[in-house]
Design a protein around this ligand. Structure first.
Ligand SMILES: *Cc1c(COP(=O)(O)O)cnc(C)c1O
Length: 399
């Protein structure tokens, strides 16, 4: 490899403009769809929302989908529907965004962190199994980077112990596991529509489920725990009458957002194809560079590639991840780190979780960098990332 002067030490950066790690794709169709919603009779909880929910349910092949104001709100609702109460233990992965375990805390539950599989970075089913107690109420999986979790093992653990599985599939819309769509594998599955995710509604999230009881709970929780369903009212009343049965929230998604989501779904297949194609090209560019470990893909899973993460072979480099990160930023490549193990955040440390709890997650965390990956990036953008990574790695390599 040629050794060029890196931008961190005064060399020319690979590009002049900053390339973010993720970004939405909005076109004229999206704008038309939102405009029509603004001119309709409903700005919230109208016919467009139902249409969006039906479309997502059909896409992942389940009976129900309930949309929320964010993916985080959706996770909160799923924990409510799963009946998580004070003192219940819920096993989850530390290699995720804080929202995955925060939703357990919202219900008074206790997050129990299982370590990750060092190959896939997904929650290790062996670790999950070893952490089951008689207080375990649920497992929350994450399809990290878009690669489905070890579902066969995880579902069988859940069945053996009569516990619920909630899938945090914020990364995995469009992914499949042994031919089954993510969204149809766990009792409830959450997708997020934040702008960096596969499709966006600005803010938004959804839960998919085949279970009628979970569905009813999700619907109630989204609107203050209030029902108007005559069959479920405890007292009789006039047609205006309604009852609050549970302590819910206002977690509704607007029709304006749903209109954006509906038009984004039309592009989902194209988005996923571009992501897969770009991930392939990264793999090809980096597979023969010993300093870089490309993302391992399990044969059971077909990832939808929300993130492309390289792991550094630190022993072969003269520096650490943080300097390589800084050097790539100086080349104007918007690299990122996903994620700091959740329990290392000060809030969780304050709760008593200790460093060293999940050694695999902690060591992977020290060595990973997320490269830009989104459908709206161009071939040239992709080439810039490849060039910058090769340049920076060559600079710091012992070879
Ligand atoms: C984005 C994300 C969330 C939260 O979704 P929001 O829609 O931003 O609330 C939860 N978990 C994971 C893994 C995510 O990536």
């Amino acid at each position: 490899m040629i050794n060029e002067k890196i931008a961190l030490y005064g060399g020319e950066p690979i590009r002049n403009s900053y390339l973010p790690y993720g970004k939405q794709w909005i076109d004229e169709e999206d704008i038309k769809s939102v405009k029509a919603a603004l001119q309709s009779d409903f700005l919230t909880t109208g016919p467009i929302l139902s249409k969006f929910e039906e479309k997502i349910a059909r896409y992942v092949k389940v009976k129900h989908a309930v949309a929320f104001s964010s993916g985080t709100a959706a996770l909160h609702a799923a924990c409510f529907a799963a009946g998580i109460k004070k003192g219940d233990e819920v096993i989850t992965t530390p290699m995720t965004f804080a929202a995955t375990s925060n939703c357990i805390l919202y219900m008074g539950g206790i997050p129990v962190f299982a370590d990750i599989n060092p190959q896939t970075y997904n929650i290790s089913s062996k670790s999950v199994k070893s952490l089951i107690t008689n207080k375990t109420k649920a497992i929350i999986t994450v399809d990290f980077t878009g690669q489905p979790a070890e579902y066969e093992e995880l579902v069988s653990i859940a069945e053996d112990h009569g516990i619920i599985i909630i899938g945090d599939a914020a990364h995995a819309l469009g992914a499949s596991y042994k031919g089954k769509s993510v969204g149809s594998i766990t009792d409830m599955t959450m997708f997020s529509f934040h702008p960096v995710k596969h499709i966006t509604t600005g803010e938004g999230g959804i839960i998919t489920t085949d279970d009628d009881e979970f569905y009813q709970q999700l619907i109630d929780f989204r609107t203050h725990g209030i029902t108007r369903d005559a069959k479920r009212l405890m007292n009789k009343g006039e047609s205006w009458y309604y009852e609050m049965h549970e302590l819910g929230f206002n977690y509704r998604m607007t029709d304006i957002q749903a209109a954006l989501g509906l038009s984004q779904i039309n592009k989902l297949q194209k988005f996923i194809e571009i992501r897969r194609n770009y991930a392939d090209r990264y793999n090809k560019a980096f597979k023969d560079i010993d300093e870089i470990i490309i993302p391992f893909q399990h044969e059971d899973s077909n990832s939808s590639w929300h993130l492309y993460i390289i792991r550094l072979n630190i022993n072969m480099l003269k520096t650490d991840r943080d300097e390589i990160f800084k050097a790539l930023q100086k080349e104007n490549i918007g690299v990122n780190v996903h994620y700091i193990p959740v329990y290392l955040h000060p809030y969780y440390q304050e709760l008593g979780y200790e460093k060293g709890l999940c050694p695999q997650a902690e060591s992977v965390f020290q060595e990973i960098i997320t490269l830009p990956l989104f459908p709206a990036m161009s071939d040239n953008d992709l080439d810039d990332v490849i060039k910058a990574v090769k340049k920076v790695i060559a600079y710091y390599s012992f070879n």
